[in-house]
Ligand binder design. Sequence first.
Ligand SMILES: [Zn+2]
Ligand SMILES: [Zn+2]
Length: 344
Amino acid sequence: MRVLRLHGPKDLRMHEEPVPEPAAGEVRLKVTSVGVCASDLHYYRDGRIGTTLITEPLVIGHEAAGIIDAVGEGVTDCKVGEKVAIEPTNACGECFFCKSGHFNVCPNVEFFGTPPQDGCFREYLTWPAKLAIKIPDSISHDEAAIVEPMAVGVHAVNLAQLSGGENVAVLGAGAIGLSVLQAAKVSGAGRIIVSEPVKERRELACKLGADEVIDPSACDAQKEFCRLTNDLGPDVVFECIGEDGASLEASKIVRILGKIVVVGIPDEDIYTFAASTTRRKELSVVFCRRSNVAAETAIEWIAEGKVDAKSMATHRFPLEKTAEAMELAMAKKDGVIRAIIAVS
Ligand SMILES: [Zn+2]
Ligand SMILES: [Zn+2]
């Protein structure tokens, strides 16, 4: 089978490797669609995310859909031929955090496309059957590849604990920002204001339910947020840009006694806040780690038409053109939200 490995920054190479056999409790998946995530871009460009380095050639990619192709011993609830989305978090299930239901922060977690766990840019993979989530026929493979970022949006909004009617700001309208926007809408947020410098992304944010959009490159975003929220500032700010300094910006925008949910991953392994601002405003800040048991909700909402995954799968590339997809996603050109790699 064809397997695409990242050997170092911007060094993707195709390999021919044997098709893996599913162990007991596992399924084998014929991979169909895989989304290119911003975290894949970090690995592709820098060979690392924060302190996590690629030291051996690694298969990246974790936003995957596919068809069950074989099942291992003891697997009874998955059948060959079923269409599934992959939950990329394989938690231990035994530790203190897993036992309290916080699988996403399990210290023993294996996550697709994060060293040393190979990811999904390959024709076949094996994974625990319980992490292959059945998709209804009405959801396409490309939409199923959007389930993972959508689940991050669902989890981020869960962390905000909205009580309904809040003024919400979403900074950044990439796949995560747009997922947060849609999840916040479904969860009862009041006015949702999205800040995004790329025009096509602002337009898509409007289509997906933003009440207002701001171009931070063309105005004083802080003032604009204030003006749109009765001179108070938004109650909750979701930071989904992931650039250095974005958390500092969020703390300036959010209202006194407001809440920031930090979802973006900055290039440097550091978040910045001004001590004076965060303290004087008595802010609550919560950091979002991937998603936790939110894929089922994301699938349900996509199937019911409450959220739109289709509009986020904007481009398709064959496996051998993955580098091209990465470059496009990094350039944020041509209206790209998620470039989908059509593996097979
Ligand atoms: Zn992702
Ligand atoms: Zn655990």
